[in-house]
Every structure is written in C-alpha cells, then in structure tokens.
Design a protein around this ligand. Structure first.
Ligand code: NAD
Length: 354
C-alpha cells in the first residue's frame, strides 16, 4: 500500500477549507508532517462551539465564511497549487433542521470557492470532499461504485449531490482540474459533532448516561479518519503528477468491515472502562429517516492509487476510543493526533493489513 510522498508534498502550497473541523484537523497535521506550506479557510470558532484548540497552530489561517468575499485576496496572493475543499455543514440531522443554511454553505459556498480557484492559474489539482450519501437508492444492498446514480434525498445529501453534478459538469464544460472524493462514516479522535455515533457514545459514557441508538441495524462503511485522508493525499498526488483525470473516487472499508451500528456500539461498550449509569439501548422513537444499509466499493482507489483500508473496524474503534479517553484525562489533543499518525505510518510501512 502506498504512503504519501514527502518529497512531493514538501513546500507544496496547499489550501485546505474546513481545517478547523474534524477531518480537516487530521489532514492539516499530516500535511504539516509532510512539509507542505498551508493556508486554511474555516470558521476558527465553530458555530457549534466545538473545542478544537489544536486545529490552527502552524498554518496561515483565514477565519471567514465561504460565502463572503473577504478571503479571496488572501487565497489569490497565496497562489495555492493544490486545494482540498472540506468546509461544509456536515451533519445530516442539521440539514433537516436548517436545509437552506445547508444549501447556502455546501452549494453556494462551494460555488464561491470554485469560481475563484477556476481563475487561479496556480491551482493544478482540487479535491472536493462530498460523501457516500450522494448515491441514489442506497438501501438496495448493492455496493455503490463511482458510476452509480447520484441522488441524495435528505437536504445534506442533496446538497452534496448537487456539488457532484456541479463538479462533473465543470469538468465537461471547462476541463477544470477537479475531482470529488466520497467516503462514509469516518471516525477518530476529536470529532465533537452532535448526533454522530462516536461522539454520542463518548459523551454518554463520560456523563454516565444511557444512549439510545437511532439506527441500530444500519450498516455503514466505518473508516478511521486517517484512511480517507491518506486517500485524498495519494489521489491529489496522482492527479498532480499528470495521472488520468478521474472525476470521483470512493474510499471505503473492505466488505467485511461494513458493520452495523449496534456492533460498533456493543464493542465500544465493552472496550470503554465501565461506568455505572452508562448503558446503550435501541431507540423506539426516531423521526428522521436515515439509510439502513450503505455500502461503498473502493476498487477504483485500490487499482489507481493502491489504496486500501489499513486498520480494520475493531482497531479503528479502539484507536478512536483511546484518543477520547486520553483526551478526557488531560492529554494534549494535537499530540494525540500526532501519536495516532505515527502509529498509522508505522503500520502502513509494515503493512499490518486488516
Ligand atoms: N465526518 C464524516 O464522517 C464525513 C463523512 C462523509 C463526508 N464528510 C465530509 O467531509 C468534510 C469534513 O467533514 P468533518 O466531519 O470534518 O466536518 P466538521 O463539521 O467537523 O467541520 C466542518 C468545517 O467546515 C467549516 N465550515 C462550516 N461552514 C463554513 C462556512 N460557511 N464557511 C467557512 N467554513 C465553514 C467549519 O469551520 C469546520 O472547519 C465535509 O465536507 C463533510 O461533509 C464527513
């Protein structure tokens, strides 16, 4: 399996949007480790009041709304060569509550970014992060490939589906150097989003409360956050070196690592130190609709950039829960990310495959 090449990334000028978010924080740390020259565009203080003090240390930082016009000059002057666009309203349930805001950020904000970077001759490669939830008819148990039909139905998924259509039409119209990347349920330390499974488990465990599972039988493509990040880095490197243009790429676990929510929850329950009052049960009242089965095929990533999942779902979950328990005991979050990255790189070098 391939690892991102530090000779390639060293001193590359890279713009990351969403660098103060969950995935953006890990991408930022890995790119710093590779020696890239970074500019980040995000809200510094998340609207949801997440606590990510480690997210913006050694990076030139723009604290701005994607939809505003205040950041264009800084980005233009920076002259990015590679762009990773992660900034988004990233939650399905928030999309149901605030659909218009979700479209404004995810569609309007993306168009605002694309309209600038399409004018910048410095930009040679851009990866636009969408989601596995862009696929139509997700519940039919078939593995979704990159050429499966697009058509997310809830507001979040619809907004990301719109981005897919925008990017593929820009590729046709202007031959723009753009591709989308799609992955599923990404877990790892430092995700504080409400209504995502791992933060919910950790919060309920920490407060010794009962957690009700929304969608216990839902099967999801769980991946440690370092897995899609490695995929983004390898794919960007491949495109930047002149590889065949590929409009979209999935990053997903192997078939046996697509497991139901309740299997993750039960394993977490037995792995975390016991606490009286902490219980996990199935919810009887759930009014939002979420896809029951979501399976993703990443054969294309395997064949093109030699990307496969490194850590199986159990290892992924243990690493994730260790991150949170160490953090809650006072460990420095940035050091925890660096430590997970170093053990991931070690395992990658030794190909301890799942
Ligand atoms: N975490 C997952 O499991 C997962 C799965 C599939 C796809 N994704 C996608 O990956 C990307 C990153 O996800 P995440 O989990 O890190 O999200 P997150 O919610 O943790 O972070 C979102 C980031 O976007 C920034 N942002 C939000 N609205 C903005 C705006 N209007 N202007 C500027 N910045 C804004 C925030 O400041 C933050 O840095 C998103 O595009 C998301 O849709 C995430």
């Amino acid at each position: 399996m391939n690892s991102p090449n530090s000779e390639f990334w060293n001193k590359k000028k890279v713009l990351i949007t969403g660098h103060t978010g969950f995935k953006g924080s890990w991408l930022k740390v890995w790119l710093e480790d590779l020696g890239a020259d970074l500019l980040g565009l995000s809200f510094n203080e998340s609207k949801n009041n997440f606590n990510r003090p480690y997210a913006s240390n050694n990076i030139m930082n723009i604290d701005s709304d994607l939809n505003s016009n205040s950041w264009q000059k800084t980005v233009t002057d920076f002259r990015p060569e590679i762009v990773f666009h992660l900034a988004a309203q990233s939650l399905v349930l928030e999309g149901y509550k605030n659909p218009i805001e979700t479209f404004k950020t995810n569609v309007g904000g993306t168009i605002n970014l694309l309209s600038l970077i399409s004018e910048l001759d410095s930009v040679k490669t851009s990866l636009i992060v969408t989601t596995d939830k862009v696929y139509l008819d997700r519940d039919n148990h078939a593995y979704k490939r990159e050429d499966s039909l697009i058509g997310g139905t809830d507001p979040y998924s619809a907004s990301k589906s719109a981005v897919e259509l925008i990017v593929s039409s820009l590729l046709k119209a202007k031959n723009s150097p753009l591709s989308t990347v799609r992955s599923g349920n990404v877990i790892g330390g430092g995700d504080w989003s409400y209504n995502r499974l791992i933060p919910e488990i950790v919060n309920h465990w920490h407060k010794s409360e009962t957690l009700e599972l929304r969608s216990p039988n839902g099967v999801r493509p769980w991946l440690h956050v370092l897995e899609p990040i490695r995929g983004y880095l390898l794919f960007a490197e491949y495109l930047h070196r002149g590889g065949l243009v590929i409009p979209a790429m999935n990053f997903a676990p192997s078939f046996s690592n697509h497991v139901p929510v309740n299997q993750i929850a039960q394993k977490a329950f037995s792995y975390l130190p016991s606490r009286s009052g902490f219980k996990i049960m199935n919810s009887s009242d759930y009014s939002f609709v979420e896809t029951e089965v979501l399976k993703l095929d990443s054969d294309l990533a395997n064949k093109t950039i030699n990307w496969r999942q490194l850590w199986n779902w159990e290892m992924t979950l243990e690493k994730t829960l260790d991150w949170y328990t160490n953090y809650l005991q006072g460990a420095d979050p940035l050091e925890l990310i660096k430590s997970d990255l170093s053990s991931y790189l070690h395992d990658l070098a030794h190909e301890k495959t799942s």
